[in-house]
Design a protein around this ligand. Structure first.
Ligand SMILES: [Zn+2]
Length: 313
């Protein structure tokens, strides 16, 4: 027996196990970086989930299904003595009604302001569940879509071209257009004092870059503009609302994911490969594990090809 173990008793063994137990308990918890609730250890019963991000500021996450995959759609709400501002609705009347009910559990103040960060249906289709007296805000691009023949605009929409600052109950809330990203009318909600930036669909946390109506290279620039803001908590429009540190890291991952998809499409484009062939040949490496990769990869390649061909205005 080696000398160091001589005299090692059961009592010493017990002490050693205690030390290991304590070290394990205080070790940083590894959060699986994923948009998949199963891999993240969640069940349907964990949602909808409301998290308090700062005094008066909450995120709301509800699961939605896309084929066999599930992921969250995220809204933000700010509670003030002059009313509640909600950034983004959910995807149906039923789901937005559910969120309105959850907000009513947090505050008795009415919903008075709605910011449309994304004009897509999974964030607007339930907006009629918000009070008809509320004021809605959208970028002119989104306003035109929502007020068009197939749009949803239950509340009157005020256009926000670049920036609008609201002060509600003493809380400063900025509505910002940081550039075209996922829809072209992408708006963010920035709370400068709380250092929170809700990015809507300009930030997809571990969700494969969905580019159906995106502006690929401008999306990267939009994220870089967001990264330059004085914010500590970046809130995505899809994917889990994690700790501020993780959300900051994942925003950078989302930026790199866009660059990776763009680089792959560029490589195939430069090799003279047709878009139909490129869709089949494209390789995404680590992004293969990202949620909705199977349904979004081809769309993304097609969209980057359009940009490379100068067909995105
Ligand atoms: Zn969406």
């Amino acid at each position: 027996m080696p000398r160091i173990l001589a005299g090692f008793t059961m009592r010493d063994m017990h002490r050693l196990l205690m030390v290991i137990a304590v070290l394990t308990a205080f070790a940083p918890q590894q959060v699986p970086r994923t948009g998949d609730p199963v891999k993240r250890g969640y069940t349907d019963a964990d949602f909808p989930r409301v998290q308090k991000l700062a005094e008066h500021v909450y995120s709301y996450e509800q699961l939605r299904s896309a084929g066999s995959e599930k992921f969250t759609t995220v809204s933000l709400f700010v509670v003030t003595t002059e009313g509640v501002l909600v950034a983004d609705g959910q995807g149906s009347m039923e789901e937005t009604q559910r969120m309105v009910g959850e907000i009513a559990r947090v505050t008795r103040h009415p919903i008075t302001h709605i910011v449309i960060g994304s004009d897509h249906g999974d964030h607007t289709a339930g907006n009629a569940a918000f009070p008809s007296t509320a004021k809605a805000f959208a970028h002119p691009t989104s306003k035109a879509i929502l007020e068009g023949p197939s749009g949803v605009a239950p509340q009157p929409i005020t256009a926000v071209q670049d920036k609008m600052t609201l002060t509600m109950g003493g809380i400063e809330i900025q509505i910002l257009f940081l550039g075209r990203a996922h829809t072209g009318g992408d708006l963010s909600v920035y709370l400068p004092k709380e250092k929170i930036l809700f990015m809507s669909e300009a930030y997809l946390n571990r969700i494969f870059p969905a580019m159906r109506s995106a502006y690929p290279s401008e999306w990267v620039a939009t994220i870089e503009k967001a990264q330059e803001l004085d914010a500590t908590t970046y809130v995505p429009g899809h994917g889990f609302v994690e700790s501020p540190a993780i959300l900051k890291e994942e925003l950078e991952m989302a930026r790199k994911a866009l660059l990776q998809v763009i680089a792959e499409a560029k490589r195939l484009h430069a090799a003279g490969i047709s878009v139909e062939e490129a869709v089949k040949q494209a390789k995404f490496g680590d992004l293969d594990a990202w949620t909705i990769r199977s349904s979004q990869a081809a769309t993304a390649i097609r969209r980057v090809y359009l940009e490379l061909d100068g067909k995105l205005r």
